[in-house]
Design a protein around this ligand. Structure first.
Ligand SMILES: *Cc1c(COP(=O)(O)O)cnc(C)c1O
Length: 225
């Protein structure tokens, strides 16, 4: 990727997001998080220069390396991958803007304990396995509300800000749409408990996700190609 390609890619994504969000409402604002997991710090820099500010990684080590290499830029970093217990302290020390992949009550309690010890708080999203896929992390949709409330009650160092989900991994658009609708319904029920973000939609399905109410999309390959 070069400078010009970064501008082109970002412009394309922004135009599509803009059209999709306006079909929902003028007031429906969608945040774009650039997932840089298959890309270099130089590519992140090109996208920054094109105007992008929020980026995400799925490995603690990669987040550490890229955020260090780009520490002079005013970027925000999200964590979107599976968090192993032995990496929790490393992740906390990187002060991520948002951990989007809190995928069990057990992990939340472990994270909370380590945050308490460091006297820190971190914003997180509860990951929901809306399509109930074996290969995916996240809580089952029928348990999501109960677990969300439990985390609010028992984990004061976690600032729970909403939900994240990965659309069903199939070709059929109706099945993908259904998985988004399930997540959106849970999000709506959680608004009274302070849920602000409904993070769903990736390169192949973000327009569909936005039409189903997503207000945060995680875009990798269409930005970094
Ligand atoms: C890789 C990844 C993305 C981005 O996927 P693309 O299809 O490349 O846009 C989004 N969310 C998560 C959790 C990811 O791991």
């Amino acid at each position: 990727m070069d400078n010009k390609k970064a501008v082109e890619n970002l412009d394309k994504v922004i135009s599509k997001v803009e059209a999709a969000r306006l079909r929902v409402s003028e007031h429906h604002i969608v945040k774009i998080v650039g997932i840089s997991k298959y890309s270099s710090s130089q590519d992140v820099k090109f996208l920054y220069e094109a105007g992008q500010r929020a980026f995400g990684e799925n490995k603690v080590q990669d987040l550490k390396q890229k955020s260090a290499e780009l520490e002079d830029l005013p970027l925000e970093w999200h964590f979107v991958g599976r968090l192993q217990k032995n990496k929790i302290n490393n992740l906390i020390d990187l002060n991520p803007t948002l951990i989007q992949s809190l995928d069990s009550l057990e992990l939340a309690e472990e994270l909370n304990k380590k945050l308490e010890a460091k006297n820190k708080k971190i914003s997180c999203l509860l990951q929901i396995n809306s399509a109930k896929e074996e290969s995916k992390a996240g809580v089952m949709p029928e348990d999501a509300i109960e677990i969300y409330k439990k985390i609010l009650e028992t984990c004061p160092n976690i600032r729970l800000k909403g939900v994240m989900s990965i659309g069903a991994h199939v070709e059929d658009r109706e099945t993908i749409k259904n998985s988004f609708k399930i997540t959106k319904e849970i999000f709506d029920s959680l608004k009274v408990y302070g849920a602000k973000y409904c993070s769903m939609g990736m390169s192949n399905d973000f327009e569909l996700a936005i039409s189903c109410g997503s207000n945060m999309i995680r875009v990798g390959s269409s930005l970094f190609k």
